[in-house]
Design a protein around this ligand. Sequence first.
Ligand code: AMP
Ligand code: ZN
Length: 289
Amino acid sequence: MDQKISNSKLKQQIEKKVNKTIKKNNLFTHKDKVVVAVSGGKDSTVCLYILKKLGYDVEGLTIDVNIGDYTRENLKNLQEFCDQNQIKLNIVSFRDEFGMSLCYIQSILKSKDYNYSSCKTCGILKRYLLNKYARKLNFNAIATGHNLDDEAQSFIMNIFRNDFKLAIRQGSRTGIIDSDKFIKRVKPLYFVSESDIEKYSKLMGFKVNYGICPCSVGAYRRKYKKILNDFEKEHPHVKNNIIKFQEQLKNSVKPNNGKEKINCCENCDEPCSKELCKACQIILELKKS
Ligand code: AMP
Ligand code: ZN
């Protein structure tokens, strides 16, 4: 009985935290059309579920990167989940968009001396498609399942790379504000730990993939995850403290107030910092092959 009460309390606490993050950081309102980028993993599924439960106007958008059984199973789970919860699921695939799977794209890039990791290529192309389709389908915000652990890792990685600009831009709301080209990206689970999300997902009995992407073996980020988890065992609150520190840092730096100039890619008109966005650079390389 006690366990039952504490489980339902935990779920309530998580939902409350998500609601507070949305309201306090102005992520979106009940008038907005929000799309959750869903992978079939626990984080984005929990995010989609909680936003729907809180009464937001949400749909899912998944990018099928076509890596065999792994993505087939994710897609099946997602479709079932969305049907059960009366949520529309939008599906875009690498094969339809680029004519090939992630692994094939990666092997072509390798032969052309691109030293991008599989995760980097996948991330660039996924972000490009998420923005393209969120804009096409008239969404006001793209929500991802990034959690407190992901963000603490990112902050430490930015310090190790001396990337001050990225470190201060981190937050539950990123991207270029007030641009009709760039759909704002939001992270409603920003303050929820990965272990709490896993507990929530298991308590709800969600059919999701708790494993890791087979293409991400050896990813650099994993090392940071391990370091922070090791620290946290001996010094609880380390991850929380990193995020609190990041927030103070962000607030102490003079904001740019939307003065940031947005360039657009010459090829696809998506927002980017150079003449050609990274996705188009990759796509042009694939066409040359
Ligand atoms: P990751 O970089 O794999 O940890 O994913 C971070 C977030 O990106 C997830 O929580 C999702 O919101 C989103 N995401 C990852 N993979 C996909 C995908 N295949 N389709 C749509 N969104 C995704
Ligand atoms: Zn482009």
